[in-house]
Design a protein around this ligand. Sequence first.
Ligand code: NAP
Length: 328
Amino acid sequence: MDKFQAFRCFKEDKKIYGKLTEITLEDLDKGDLIVEAKYSSVNFKDALGATGKGHIFKKWPINGGIDVSGIVLESKSPSFKKGDLVLVTGCGLGEAHDGGYSKFVRISSEWAIPIPKNLSLEESMIFGTAGFTAGICLHRMEVNDQTPEKGPIAVTGASGGVGSFGVMMMAKKGYEVVAISGKESSHDYLKQLGASKVVSLEKLELGSRPLEKGKFGGAIDNLGGEALAKLLAHISPWGNVASVGLAAHHGLQSTVMPFILRGVSMLGISSANCPMDLRKKIWDRIASELKPETISNMVHKKIKLEDLPTAFEDILNRKVQGRIIVEI
Ligand SMILES: NC(=O)c1ccc[n+]([C@@H]2O[C@H](COP(=O)([O-])OP(=O)(O)OC[C@H]3O[C@@H](n4cnc5c(N)ncnc54)[C@H](OP(=O)(O)O)[C@@H]3O)[C@@H](O)[C@H]2O)c1
C-alpha cells in the first residue's frame, strides 16, 4: 500500500513534538484489524500527550489520537469482517499503541466496538472518549443508588467535552444539574444542554471545612485539586462524586468526614481500561436513551489532521466549548 498521512509524535533530546508525517502500514503497531479511519476527536489527554505537557505516551514515535471510528479494511479476527463499522476509545490507543490520527489504524479486535445502531461514525466521535466517560459516570452513580431526589448534580469543567456530556446526560435522566464553568460565554450553551443553573466556581463560594452545607446530591468532577476537595464537603448524605479529571490539579487534600459521617462515595472513573462488557453496555445506552435529539451543537469545530497543533493549544488554554472532531 502507498504512503498515507498520520499525525506522529516524536521525542528527541527530551523535546516532544508532533507533526504530519507520511508513513506506511509497516510503521504501525501490530494488531488483527486494519481500520480505515474516518473520524477521531481531540481530548484533553491528546493535547497533554502531543505537547509534552503530560507524560501520556508509552512509546516513541507514536501516532496520537485516543479515539477513532472507521471501516474495517482487513480482519484476521472471526468477530469482524471487511466493511464493518467500528469505534475504539482508550484501550491504549494513542497512548501505548499508534492511535487514531492516521488514515489507517491497526488495532486489536478486542478493543473494537461495532458502531451501535442509531449512531453514525461521525456521531460516535462527537461522543468519543468524552461522551463515553460521562456515560460511565452516570452509570456508576446510578449503580451506587444516585437518584434525582438526593439533590442537584454539580458538573465541573462543564463546557468541556466530558462536562458537556455530563450535563446533557444527567439532565436527560431527570437530574437537576448545576453546571460549574469558568466561561461566561458558555452559559447559554450549558442551559441548552439542560443545566438549570450555570455558575463559576468562585461565585459558588464553596467552604473549606471538612463538612459544609449539603448543596449537591452528587457531582461529576473534571478538575481535581481544591475544587474536588471542596465539593466533597458539600455533598448530601449518600451522594456520589465521580472523579474523572485533573484539568486543574492531580492532587487531592481532603478529610474522611464526608465518607464516614455522610456515607458519601467517591467513584473512580477510568475510561481507557473500562472492561469490555461495561463498555458495550455504555455504548448501547449512548446510542439510545442517552442520545440527545441533536449533538451537532456540541461540536466546537471540525478539523483536519494538519489543524491538530492549534486544537491542542486551544484545549489546554480553555478556549474550547464542547468537542473538536477530526475528519480524516
Ligand atoms: N478518567 C477518565 O477516564 C477520563 C476520560 C476523559 C477525560 N478525563 C479527564 O477529564 C478532564 C476533562 O477532559 P475533557 O477531554 O473533557 O477536557 P476539556 O474538553 O478540555 O474540558 C476541560 C474543562 O475543564 C475546565 N478547565 C480546564 N482547565 C482548567 C483549569 N486549569 N482550572 C479550572 N478549570 C479548568 C474548562 O471548563 P470551563 O471553562 O467550563 O470551566 C475546560 O473546558 C481532563 O482532566 C481529562 O484528562 C478523564
